[in-house]
Design a protein around this ligand. Structure first.
Ligand SMILES: Nc1ncnc2c1ncn2[C@@H]1O[C@H](COP(=O)(O)OP(=O)(O)O)[C@@H](O)[C@H]1O
Ligand SMILES: [Mg+2]
Length: 332
């Protein structure tokens, strides 16, 4: 598998006014996605998952910027790309699907027009061919009666259908990397399962890599190969999904596993980890998770923990105060 996306030491800063100091919302993250791979990012709301996704697409809002590090796609530096170059890559090579289709789709435009837009932006001029491709993609994502859908407006469709339309729009130019930011969070469980199945199908048939973002480890488990656990702007644990599920090491990962949230608990604190994610600018000198961690020592409050390799593929950012069990794991 060749490397498609490579993010090194990426930090994202927020400031309320020019010349104010940057407050780091994402701090020194490293991320790699290879061709054909599905990589997950999981963490509670407010951990910096969406800002990371937006930074990869060059879509950060005003007042939020990449302040350090690099983003490379197929060897090309995206963080230094000019807007015209980014427009070429966006939609065609890298595409994104957001959580809420209603806020991404234009309520005044017909579905056919919206799905066709990336083709028009990337140089398709023949109306008959565009129509043919749009019908093909709508069928591919499992939408019935695509001919009629072309003329429909977003409000006439269910949430699940709208998310399929969003996915169709994202994959119509056959991107090599699809970023899916909580693509199933707004959907009921049955529809969620169908969308996950569709994403897996796209991954298998088109060899599209997927960066799958969710607050729900239960969902991540169903679709991802590798996983990054994000807390307060940092990746605190990374590894193959199976390793993390069988041997979670960071207390935050354990907490997420112990309270796989339901739709009803969305946004509420985790059942077995008291406290909440610190706001941007609230972080202290030590480990951001220390105030919520049952194993925290004085050191955890004063110094940033190192990243320790537990195996060739599994690592954790922690001082591992109760070393024994983790050392045993490392010897396996
Ligand atoms: N437009 C914005 N202006 C100011 N702060 C923001 C903005 N967007 C996000 N943030 C802050 O950045 C942090 C990370 O947000 P986000 O990436 O949306 O988290 P997640 O997607 O993991 O829920 C949060 O503390 C959030 O309040
Ligand atoms: Mg988000």
């Amino acid at each position: 598998m060749s490397e498609l996306l490579s993010v090194e030491h990426l930090s994202i800063g927020i400031r309320s006014r020019p010349r104010r100091p940057w407050l780091l919302a994402v701090e020194d993250i490293r991320l790699r996605v290879r061709t054909g791979e599905i990589v997950g990012i999981v963490g509670e709301s407010g951990c910096g998952k969406s800002l990371t996704a937006l930074a990869l697409m060059g879509l950060l809002p005003p007042g939020i910027e990449v302040v350090a590090g690099s983003i490379s796609y197929a060897g090309q530096r995206l963080d230094r790309a000019r807007p015209r170059e980014l427009n070429q890559i966006r939609g065609k090579d890298i595409a994104i699907v957001f959580q809420d289709p209603m806020t991404s789709l234009n309520p005044l435009l017909r579905i056919g027009t919206q799905v066709a837009e990336p083709l028009l932006l990337h140089g398709w001029h023949d109306a008959a061919k565009v129509r043919e491709r749009v019908l093909e993609i709508l069928t591919k994502v499992g939408l019935p009666q695509p001919e009629e859908l072309l003329r429909a407006y977003p409000h006439q469709l269910s949430g699940g259908m709208l998310q399929r339309v969003m996915i169709a729009t994202a994959i119509i130019c056959k991107p090599r990397l699809l970023i899916a930011d909580e693509p199933t969070t707004a959907l009921d469980v049955t529809t969620q399962a169908q969308i996950l199945q569709l994403l897996r199908h796209i991954n298998r048939v088109q060899d599209t890599s997927i960066l799958f973002i969710s607050h729900d480890l239960g969902v991540i488990n169903q679709i991802c190969d590798r996983l990054l656990v994000m807390y307060a702007g940092s990746f605190v644990e990374r590894g193959p999904v199976t390793s993390i599920f069988w041997h979670p090491v960071h207390e935050y990962t354990k907490g997420l596993l112990g309270s796989i949230p339901t739709r009803h608990s969305k946004g509420s604190p985790l059942a077995n980890i008291p406290g909440r994610v610190p706001a941007v600018g609230e972080k202290t000198a030590g480990c951001a998770f220390a105030p919520r961690c049952p194993r925290a020592s004085a050191l955890c409050f004063s110094e940033r923990p190192p990243e320790l390799d537990l195996s060739e593929t599994h690592s954790v950012k922690c001082f591992l105060n109760d070393l024994e069990s983790e050392m045993e794991y490392a010897r396996i």
